[in-house]
Structure formats: structure tokens, C-alpha cells
Design a protein around this ligand. Structure first.
Ligand SMILES: Cc1cc2nc3c(=O)[nH]c(=O)nc-3n(C[C@H](O)[C@H](O)[C@H](O)COP(=O)(O)OP(=O)(O)OC[C@H]3O[C@@H](n4cnc5c(N)ncnc54)[C@H](O)[C@@H]3O)c2cc1C
Length: 539
């Protein structure tokens, strides 16, 4: 992927997509695959907002059965199964454990009924395991770190996990390969409107300061938490019934298990997840109304305390402390719902608004269902264009980076090549999963510069060649793009200032940064609070 801002003004497009989160990515990919001319613009980095701050689950959403929201759960479970087939390198099965405590909010038989329904709604073509009951003794044997006080037993059930930022990037790269003009650091600062109809947008190049008018027949406003603000610039209250809530996760040391946990909070009827991810545990999430600018979102000390307290209820002596927090991240949910009910009670179902003629805007939705939702949005765009266009093919096409041959055979072959180039086995296996077939271009860089097989941070399976690859082939433009989203280094470990500087030198050489720019980039990572994914200043 090459960043070519100038191409945005070279022609007019069938479809302009605003926002490079998962909804914008799928919409652009889907439309480009149907033969439409597409521009996709993102003001910051691909997946820099909500789509890199999710719980990373490709799931039906067990808790939505309580509402009940069977339609949403069935649709999401169908997507879970489809994405597992189309992207086995990207979507992995994960076993969840649901501990049962005396006096718990939901009793054993109600949970059993819910899990049986969850299995049933998933249909026959599931890759994940069915639910199972575990006695108190089995729970104690397998998960001895759980607080035994009041533990009555538990259930296990299956769902899936992913790396949301890389998932989104893979779909953007698919859109790019299908002919879309995809540009990050390209901000829509005004919509082009006349007589209530949208004709495109004025787009600012955040790097050069240049502005261009991008003309399009249909504009898809996939700007997530910013979408309502964008249309309010033209007409106040053009959209109503949008609610923003904040969700925080903490990254904590791993628990001694490969399984995830779903814990029912006795306090506020919420669920808290412990999710194994890159050798760490993600603990989340909060769900609180949010009215500030989405640009300002951060985990606060109160969020950290809430999550550690909730985790501490079931971990007893093994509970994490604040000093254990490696990093954290916060995202904004854009929900189709009015104020009033508790944030967790608002449906995650998608609504497609049309605030102006020739503009469509998704509100609500989930990472898991974004593919199917985007197909519906593009169907509506095609109808607005009055064009004859083939139906969506994203439900049959393997993901862009899935190798052509069987995954296991391909992995075996590439592992041999990676080891021969100086990678150790964990780093090599991690690269195969994250880059898929594109790993060959990464290995080509290693072939030229063997010293880049060295780890970015000792003990973690990320190598320096990935930094160069991220800039050359994945449109990374800043240190944060590289260290948070292309490679989740700053999320899962605390790199020392020297590690960050080494990465900055590589990026600077690729992008021609001045010394001043390089120092500023290093400072932007090093000066941050650890809970925001930064490195302590004294490191
Ligand atoms: C805490 C939390 C946990 C979640 N967990 C899960 C989960 O486990 N599984 C699941 O299925 N779903 C989950 N979700 C929901 C899921 O993450 C969201 O539905 C999804 O990421 C929304 O994607 P999006 O593309 O609509 O928004 P975003 O990812 O926010 O993308 C919008 C993009 O638009 C860009 N943009 C904004 N304004 C402009 C402009 N003027 N010009 C150009 N670009 C602009 C932004 O920079 C941003 O990148 C979770 C959500 C949260 C908050």
C-alpha cells in the first residue's frame, strides 16, 4: 500500500468512504470488489479509533441473550463462523470459562439454558467448542488461581479472538488491491453540499497541509464517533438517537491459562472479560456515557480502579495491582439508542441513517458484524446510484492475506525460511499469523538485512524487520502507527527508551525524518502514562 494523496483529486468517484475503521474498510473493499470506483480517507491511521480498542472478540455476544436480542446474536454467530472460514489466519477459536459463585446474579440453570441457545444459534458449521459444565473440583483443578470462596462450579464455551487493528488493515489492503484509492492522514474538514445533496468532501492532507475537493456520487460517512459531528457542521441535529459510551481495557500480566474468562459483576449487572492476547491478559471493559470529544478519550484512574476491583473479586490473592498495569486503551462505542437506559442495555444492532441525499451513515454495529453490515450499506449505495452492480462477494472471498495453499502446510514451509533468516521460532510463528502470505515481502527485507531479525524488545516475538515492512508496505507514518497498531509492542510490553529510539531510527531512515521530528516522535511515546501504552520517562 502506497500513500498517494494526489490521486484523490485526479477523478471523481462512485463512492467516497470517510473513516478507516472496520466499517469504512469493509465498505470500501466491498464497493471496490463490485467494480465501483472508490476513495477511502482516514484522518489519522487505519483503525486508530474504536477499531483498535475493542475487546478483540469475534463473537455472538452471549450477554445480548439476556436482553434478549436473538437477531443480533444469530447474525453475529453466523459472521463468526464465516470469518473463521475466510480468515483462519486472523480469527482464532478461544475457550471461555464462566465461573459460578454462590449468590451470583444469574443461576446455573439459567446460564445453562443461555449457553445451549448460544450453541444452537451458532448452527452446525461452528469451529468452536460447545458449552460444558465443570464441577467445583474441576474448576479448582484447572483454574486454581480463582478465588475458591463461594465457587460452585462453572461452564466453558467457545468464541473467537482476533487482532482488531491488523484485521482492519488487512481489509484496507484488500480495498487498495481491488482498486480503491486509500489514504490515511487525510481528514474530511467539510462536506460538499448543495440543495440537501452531498457531492463529496473537502479533504485535508494532514502531512502537507494541502486541501482537495473529492467528488463522489455517494458518500459513506463511516466516521464512527465523529460521524454525527461531521453532518452537524451542515445542519444541526441532522442525526438524532446516537449515544456515545466509553469502554476501557487494561493490559495485565498473563494468567496461568490459555483460556478466557467471562465474569458476571454482582454490582452493576455488567460482564467483565479476561482475554489472553499476545501473551498478556486484556481486562475490560467499562461502559459509561461519554460526551467529550472522541479525540480526548483516555483511560482514567477511576476506570483503572473499577477494572482492577472487578477482577479482584474472582482472583482473590492472585489479583492484579495497579503497578501490574502494562498499558491500557479506551474506545468510544457509537450506539443507536437514546439516553435513559443504562449504556450496557442499549442494542448493538446497526441502523443506517441517510442524513442527506447521497449520504449514508452507519450507527451502532459491532466489529464482528461489520462485513455483513457493510454489504447492506453498499447495497443501499448502489441503489442510490441507480447502477446495475453485482451483489457483494465478501461472504465468499478468502481474506486478502490468506495463503493459497493449506494454512498448516504453508506455515511449515515458511517456518523453515524464517528460521533460516535468523528469526527464532516464536517470532517466526507470530509473523506468519500476523502477515499471512505477505510474510514473503517481510522475509525479503530480512534477506537483505539479516541484522533486522533482532527482537524489538528482548523476550517478545516482534522483530525489527517488521518496522521497515510497516513503513514500506503498510502505510505506517508515525511511531505510534508502528508500535501500537502494526506491531502491538507498546500495548503488550514496556519498551525501554533505547528500544523506542532504535525503532525511530529505522522509521526515520525510511521516511526521511529530520532529527527534530525523530526526537518528537520518540517523546510522543516515551512521555505517555504507562496505562495509555506509553513508556515511563525514566525508562
Ligand atoms: C470498548 C469496546 C469494546 C468492543 N468490543 C467488541 C468486540 O469484542 N467485538 C465486536 O464485535 N465489537 C466490539 N466493539 C464494537 C466495535 O469495536 C465497533 O463497532 C467498531 O470498531 C466500530 O468501527 P467504526 O469503523 O464504525 O468506527 P471507528 O473504528 O471509530 O472508525 C471511524 C474512523 O473514522 C475516522 N474519522 C473520523 N472523522 C474523520 C474525518 N473527518 N475524516 C476522515 N476520517 C475520519 C476516525 O479516525 C476513525 O478511524 C467494541 C467497542 C468498544 C468501544
Amino acid at each position: 500500500m502506497k500513500r498517494e494523496f494526489h490521486r484523490l483529486s485526479e477523478s471523481s468517484f462512485d463512492v467516497l468512504v470517510i473513516g478507516g475503521g472496520i466499517y469504512g474498510a469493509w465498505a470500501a473493499y466491498d464497493a471496490a470488489l463490485r467494480g465501483l470506483s472508490v476513495a477511502l480517507v482516514e484522518k489519522n491511521d487505519w483503525a486508530s479509533a474504536t477499531s483498535s480498542c475493542s475487546s478483540k472478540l469475534i463473537h455472538g455476544g452471549l450477554r445480548y441473550l439476556e436482553r434478549p436480542d436473538f437477531g443480533l446474536v444469530r447474525k453475529s454467530l453466523a459472521e463468526r463462523s464465516l470469518l473463521g472460514r475466510l480468515a483462519p489466519h486472523r480469527v482464532e477459536p478461544l475457550r471461555f470459562v464462566l465461573p459460578l459463585y454462590a449468590g451470583g446474579r444469574v443461576g446455573r440453570w439459567r446460564l445453562k439454558a443461555g449457553l445451549a441457545l448460544y450453541d444452537r444459534l451458532a448452527g452446525r458449521r461452528r469451529r468452536v467448542e460447545r458449552h460444558r459444565y465443570l464441577s467445583k473440583a474441576s474448576m479448582a483443578r484447572s483454574y486454581g488461581f480463582l478465588d475458591a470462596h463461594g465457587l460452585r462450579g462453572g461452564f466453558t464455551y467457545g468464541d473467537c479472538v482476533t487482532d482488531d487493528a491488523r484485521f482492519t488493515l488487512e481489509i484496507v489492503s484488500g480495498a487498495d488491491a481491488a482498486g480503491a484509492v486509500a489514504v490515511n492522514r487525510a481528514r474530511v474538514d467539510a462536506l460538499l453540499e448543495s440543495g440537501g445533496r452531498i457531492h463529496g468532501a473537502r479533504v485535508l492532507d494532514e502531512e502537507s497541509g494541502e486541501s482537495v475537493e473529492v467528488r463522489a456520487n455517494v458518500t459513506l460517512n463511516c466516521a464512527g464517533p465523529w460521524a454525527s459531528r461531521l453532518v452537524a457542521d451542515i445542519r444541526e441535529n441532522a442525526v438524532s438517537g446516537v449515544r456515545l459510551t466509553k469502554g476501557v481495557h487494561l493490559v495485565l500480566p498473563a494468567l496461568p491459562t490459555d483460556d478466557a474468562f467471562l465474569v458476571l459483576s454482582p454490582l452493576d449487572r455488567r460482564v467483565i472479560f479476561f482475554i489472553p492476547w499476545y501473551g498478556r491478559t486484556l481486562v475490560g471493559t467499562t461502559d459509561t456515557d461519554f460526551s467529550a470529544s472522541p479525540d480526548q478519550i483516555r483511560p482514567t484512574p477511576a476506570d483503572v480502579t473499577y477494572l482492577l476491583d472487578e477482577a479482584g473479586r474472582v482472583l482473590g490473592d492472585a489479583a492484579w495491582r495497579e503497578s501490574d498495569v502494562i498499558s491500557g486503551f479506551a474506545g468510544v462505542r457509537t450506539l443507536a439508542g437514546a439516553a435513559g437506559a443504562s449504556p450496557s442495555a442499549v442494542s448493538r444492532e446497526l441502523r443506517i441513517d441517510e442524513p442527506f441525499e447521497r449520504m449514508l451513515m452507519p450507527v451502532g454495529g459491532k466489529f464482528t458484524s461489520a462485513r455483513a453490515d457493510a454489504a447492506s450499506i453498499v447495497d443501499r449505495a448502489v441503489a442510490a446510484l441507480g447502477a446495475e452492480s453485482p451483489r457483494s462477494v465478501t461472504d465468499t472471498l478468502p481474506f486478502p492475506w490468506l495463503p493459497d495453499e493449506g494454512l498448516r502446510r504453508w506455515e511449515g514451509r515458511q517456518l523453515g525460511r524464517g528460521l533460516g533468516l535468523g528469526l527464532d521460532e516464536p517470532a517466526c510463528l507470530a509473523c506468519l499469523g500476523r502477515y499471512g502470505r505477505r510474510v514473503e515481502a517481510l522475509f525479503d527485507i530480512l534477506q537483505q538485512r539479516r541484522e533486522l531479525a533482532a527482537p524489538i524488545v528482548q523476550g517478545f516475538p516482534f522483530c525489527l524487520a517488521e518496522v521497515v515492512y510497516a513503513v514500506r508496505h503498510e502505510m505506517a507514518r508515525s511511531l505510534e502507527d508502528v508500535l501500537r497498531r502494526r506491531i502491538p509492542v507498546a500495548l503488550v510490553c514496556r519498551p525501554e527508551a533505547g528500544d523506542v529510539q532504535r525503532v525511530a531510527l529505522l522509521v526515520a531512515a525510511e521516511l526521511g525524518w529530520s532529527n527534530e521530528r525523530r526526537r518528537a516522535e520518540v517523546a510522543s511515546i516515551v512521555a505517555r502514562e504507562p496505562r495509555e501504552g506509553g513508556v515511563p520517562e525514566n525508562a
